[in-house]
Design a protein around this ligand. Structure first.
Ligand code: HEC
Ligand code: HEC
Ligand code: HEC
Ligand code: HEC
Length: 217
């Protein structure tokens, strides 16, 4: 856009500062009514939740604070030197009875290491600590791991905008039992908030609103 005639430069080489100011004021773009949302500079971190069940099991007992007591795998397994892994859950008779296994045609040895229950094994034979089980899942479920890595599978808690705070991603085994990984249908604990359904909790009726000039109750 050209400037108004009052703003014509005094000389072609040295435009007057007043003129250039006015030109700038007129040509500055108007602020958009729909400002673009941009994440602020990231200060928060992204971490992956480590489910307790990877390193310990429930005892069914409560500690002195009333919290469920857990016992680490290594507590028992450093003392055990079995010769081989079981082939089916039915072979577990002294402990861990009732384990259900339905995960394709995998064998226990596809993931477990004989005599080392703090570790799992990858297909190339290398060992990883239980907490890194996602590497194990990812080696056979590449597409889901890829989706997970760009945020389309697995969900998260915390902040989308890492400038506002940190984010915690779920672990594969937060949602999938490694022994029966298929996602089974469940009943929701809270009903969906549907405007056509009656409200789930009846609200107590409010007292009548005082009329103008009436004393407060
Ligand atoms: C209270 C002790 C105890 C704890 C804690 C425990 N286990 Fe075991 N586990 C056993 C015993 C005993 C057996 C053998 C059961 C049998 O052969 O009948 C066993 C068997 C197993 C086996 C079959 C291979 C083997 O070594 O015989 C696996 C795999 C296993 N446990 C994994 C785990 C993992 C993973 C954890 C932790 C998440 C864990 N266990 C926690 C006692 C324990
Ligand atoms: C896909 C990998 C994978 C396979 C295959 C697998 N496990 Fe596991 N197992 C895990 C992981 C991961 C854990 C620790 C997390 C958990 O307990 O959910 C675990 C934990 C266990 C535990 C201890 C805790 C519990 O869940 O009771 C036992 C016992 C066990 N496995 C036995 C077996 C047996 C027996 C087989 C073969 C029939 C088997 N697993 C096959 C991955 C696997
Ligand atoms: C060694 C390869 C291997 C590993 C390791 C493995 N899986 Fe699997 N997984 C399979 C196979 C094979 C199937 C069966 C596919 C089928 O039935 O179509 C399967 C099935 C599944 C399914 C159900 C798929 C469906 O269509 O319903 C889920 C979910 C799953 N695995 C999650 C996991 C998780 C979580 C882990 C890590 C703890 C894991 N897998 C580790 C090979 C593997
Ligand atoms: C927040 C919970 C959650 C987490 C974490 C999660 N998944 Fe899933 N996953 C699901 C649900 C729900 C489904 C079932 C989708 C359906 O049935 O349509 C599913 C489906 C699957 C399937 C079956 C095939 C498919 O895409 O439907 C595989 C395999 C799988 N997940 C692997 C993984 C792996 C590997 C990880 C970790 C990298 C993981 N999941 C993390 C919730 C989760």
């Amino acid at each position: 856009m050209r400037a108004a005639p009052t703003c014509a430069p005094l000389s072609p080489l040295r435009p007057s500062w007043r003129c250039s100011l006015r030109v700038r004021a007129r040509t500055r773009p108007r602020p958009s009514p729909h400002p673009r949302l941009r994440p602020s500079r990231p200060s928060g971190a992204t971490s992956i939740h480590v489910p307790e069940k990877l390193e310990s099991i429930e005892t069914g007992q409560l500690d002195q604070n009333g919290k469920p007591q857990r016992i680490a795998c290594v507590t028992c397994h450093t003392l055990r030197t079995p010769e081989k892994l079981p082939e089916s859950p039915g072979e577990l008779v002294r402990f861990h009875q009732g384990l259900v296994f339905k995960h394709g045609t995998l064998r226990c040895a596809s993931c477990h290491v004989v005599g080392r229950q703090d570790s799992l094994r990858l297909a190339d034979g290398s060992m990883i600590p239980n907490r890194d089980a996602m590497l194990l899942c990812g080696q056979c479920h590449g597409p889901q791991l890829r989706d997970y890595q760009h945020g389309a599978h697995g969900g998260m808690n915390g902040y989308w905008d890492l400038g506002k705070g940190s984010r915690v991603r779920n672990h594969c085994v937060d949602c999938h039992d490694p022994h029966v990984p298929r996602f089974l249908p469940t009943n929701p604990v809270l009903r969906p908030a549907d405007r056509l359904l009656p409200p789930p909790i009846e609200k107590p009726a409010l007292p009548p609103f005082p009329k103008l000039g009436e004393a407060h109750p």
